[in-house]
Design a protein around this ligand. Structure first.
Ligand code: SF4
Length: 317
């Protein structure tokens, strides 16, 4: 098999991390700046459902919605985000604007194009990532993004979470897997770069379910995958289930095992954008280890080490 992606294994990684992919694309470290373009969500406003996903508190996930007023202009948000990242990572010079909270394709193509062009006109922005749902990507939006992506680096990040209907129902996602597959196919027809968000450790899913999702993702081959553990934040329907003791959240060891099971099956050229969830400490309720910096990454690396395996080790067999 010809390998045309960076040899991340010889760099000491167990999986293909986003940082290596960014350096390959842009020649230096690139950081994502969270931007709130003020969208709502069809799973909240009644179009698809009300109440949103079981785990969702849009304020808790995105710095842009936690810290900034929605009327703050995109340029101001980018400038603020860049300053914060440079305080943390002194050398940061290039950035991707990440339209993060809520459903960022849930608006007219013209409005979205205007937001995209404003962000891309910022001198330190080298690309754009757009977070959305599978049922909020009509062809008109894809047509616009296809034209834009001929000139700019653009990635759509689609929340799938699981291929299993029982899990999508449990999470109150309001879409099914066939809808995702249809959207994925249309995005590919439009030559768009695609990331898929998934949750590992959903109550009711066993290791076989996680492996089934991994094999399916290996089959459809997105450009990038973002993995989250299920964690509980304040003011969500999940909080009540957790308070009532009705759900089991994976321990750190269990989660690390699931991530490694999953990544062993993925083709080695799929970029791993994230391997665990991150929530603001003032919102996070459980599990405790979600709030401990690098806990998940260290446990996952240790699991790979013990198994003598790596991303794609089962895919390549
Ligand atoms: S689709 Fe996204 S924004 Fe909408 S309710 Fe679910 S997690 Fe929240």
């Amino acid at each position: 098999m010809t390998i045309e992606f960076p040899d991340w294994k010889s760099m000491g990684h167990y999986y293909f991390p986003l940082g290596v992919s960014m350096r390959q694309e842009f020649g230096c470290a690139v950081w994502k700046v969270s931007v709130d373009i003020g969208c709502s969500c069809p799973n909240i406003d009644g179009t698809v459902g009300t109440g949103g996903c079981l785990f969702c508190n849009t304020s808790s996930f995105a710095p842009s919605r936690r810290f900034l007023q929605s009327e703050t202009s995109i340029s101001e948000q980018i400038n603020t985000g860049i300053r914060q990242l440079q305080r943390r990572y002194g050398k940061a010079k290039k950035f991707i604007a990440y339209f993060q909270p809520s459903t960022n394709t849930y608006l007219s193509p013209d409005s979205l194009e205007q937001f995209c062009r404003t962000a891309l006109a910022h001198t330190e922005i080298v690309g754009l990532a757009i977070g959305t749902r599978p049922d909020a990507l009509p062809d008109e939006i894809l047509d616009m993004l296809e034209l834009l992506s001929r000139k700019f680096w653009i990635q759509l990040e689609i929340g799938l979470q699981s291929i299993h209907q029982k899990s999508l129902d449990f999470l109150n996602r309001g879409h099914n897997y066939p809808v995702f597959l249809d959207t994925f196919r249309r995005c590919r027809q439009h030559h768009l770069r695609l990331g898929v968000h998934l949750i590992l450790g959903i109550p009711g899913e066993d290791r076989g379910d996680v492996l089934a999702t991994a094999h399916e993702i290996a089959r459809i081959r997105p450009d990038c995958v973002k993995l989250h553990n299920l964690y509980v934040v304040r003011e969500t329907p999940l909080e009540k289930l957790w308070q009532d003791g009705k759900i089991h959240l994976p321990t750190l060891k269990e989660y690390a095992g699931l991530v490694v099971d999953f990544l062993e099956v993925l083709p080695p050229e799929i970029v791993i954008d994230r391997i665990s969830g991150e929530a603001d400490a003032s919102f996070l309720l459980a599990p405790d280890w979600t709030g401990i910096k690098h806990a998940a990454r260290n446990a996952i690396n240790q699991e790979f080490q013990q198994r003598h395996s790596f991303q794609g080790s089962r895919y390549l067999m």
